[in-house]
Write a protein of this length. Structure first.
Length: 362
């Protein structure tokens, strides 16, 4: 049975970029560009008139910028949005993710003639993920826009109480893996996690180089934990969180009375980078039953091998439930292993982690 084409609206203030991105999209089988807009005002009108399945969005535009457009779009007609932005706008990308965009594609450093063609493969991958999700949602009788709006936008800024570091080692090690939709999901987890728990958190988020540091800084400003991009070898302390650098992997090594987080180059067997499996397996080996593993939204099966290792070592495993996962691939693959103890919607995971740290699971 043939499926209807995925209808895409391209939004960019550059006529050249609109042509180039439109051309790249039209080369993807099963995708149709139904409109193009040069600013947020025009895009909002076309989104209402054309009802596209997906929007590609530049953020810096005249009249109405991408952020205002996202706020209005998600309030009026939630629609999957992929941000197409330059590396120089890393902070803007994460603001857009908080406002409801589901993913991003990085423009080359200099957007001059021909350069945008280099994003073709990555753009194709992201668009095909949305097409697959759209078909899955239709089969389940749910709209894709309703699934996307399951993530409440985080406040622009949030303050929290930073408590003193407890004397002694870390009582629990929380390891979190995520991919597509992960930045927004992680923000929600970090917003809800109790700030006083004697645990350290390590994050493997599938993300390009040069974006992970900005993302870690974004999480740090939530004020719950001290968050930074991991570097070389770091001794873990309570209320500390580290994000694996893009293009690298993160290993956990024993270091009494705590553990060290060590940044390492990817190996031949690492199918995804950063590797959730590698982080989880090394954590299980180093910390055993003191590990809590969390698998959030994402395409593929990264983390499935890791949750088995955590469970075999006596640890505890949580997976994000399908009703809030932008892509249920990674959580679903983890659940299929039989190693997941709980499936929870994203809004409940942070608080549950606090309970598990403070009260040993039965």
């Amino acid at each position: 049975m043939s499926h209807p084409a995925l209808r895409v609206l391209v939004v960019d203030d550059s006529a050249f970029n609109r042509r180039t991105i439109g051309g790249l999209l039209n080369e993807i089988e099963g995708v149709e560009v139904v409109g193009k807009a040069g600013d947020g005002n025009e895009a909002l009108k076309l989104a209402t008139q054309l009802e596209p399945d997906l929007i590609t969005l530049d953020l810096e535009m005249p009249r109405m910028d991408g952020f205002t457009f996202l706020r209005l779009l998600m309030a009026r007609r939630p629609t999957p949005v992929i941000v197409v932005s330059g590396y120089s706008a890393k902070e803007n990308v994460f603001r857009a993710l908080e406002l409801g965009a589901i993913d991003f594609v990085s423009k080359p450093a200099a957007s001059v003639s021909g350069d945008l063609n280099t994003i073709g493969a990555e753009l194709r991958e992201k668009v095909l993920l949305v097409r697959q999700l759209s078909r899955l949602s239709s089969a389940e009788g749910r709209s894709l826009s309703g699934r996307i709006s399951g993530y409440p936008p985080a406040p622009e800024t949030e303050t929290g109480t930073r408590r003193g570091i407890a004397v002694g080692g870390v009582e629990k090690l929380i390891v979190i893996g995520a991919s597509t939709g992960g930045p927004t999901a992680l923000i929600e987890v970090f917003r809800k996690i109790p700030p006083h728990i004697p645990a350290a958190v390590l994050v493997a988020q599938h993300m390009p180089e040069r974006f992970t540091r900005t993302f870690a800084e974004r999480l740090d400003r939530l004020g719950r934990f001290r968050v930074a991009e991991a570097s070389e070898r770091v001794r873990l302390t309570p209320r500390q969180a580290l994000v694996c650098p893009g293009g690298r992997c993160l290993d956990v090594r024993p270091s009494d009375p705590s553990w060290d987080a060590v940044v390492v180059p990817p190996g031949r067997d690492d199918r995804y980078i950063p590797s959730v499996d590698r982080l989880f397996c090394s954590a299980a080996h180093a910390a055993g039953k003191r590990v809590i593993g969390v698998v959030l939204t994402g395409m593929g099966s990264d983390g499935a091998k890791g949750v088995l290792a955590i469970k075999e070592a006596g640890g505890y495993v949580i997976a994000e439930s399908p009703e809030t996962s932008v892509i249920y691939g990674m959580p679903g693959a983890a659940v299929k292993t039989g190693a997941v103890d709980e499936e929870l919607p994203i809004g409940e995971i942070g608080a549950r982690l606090g309970e598990l740290v403070e009260n040993e699971p039965q």
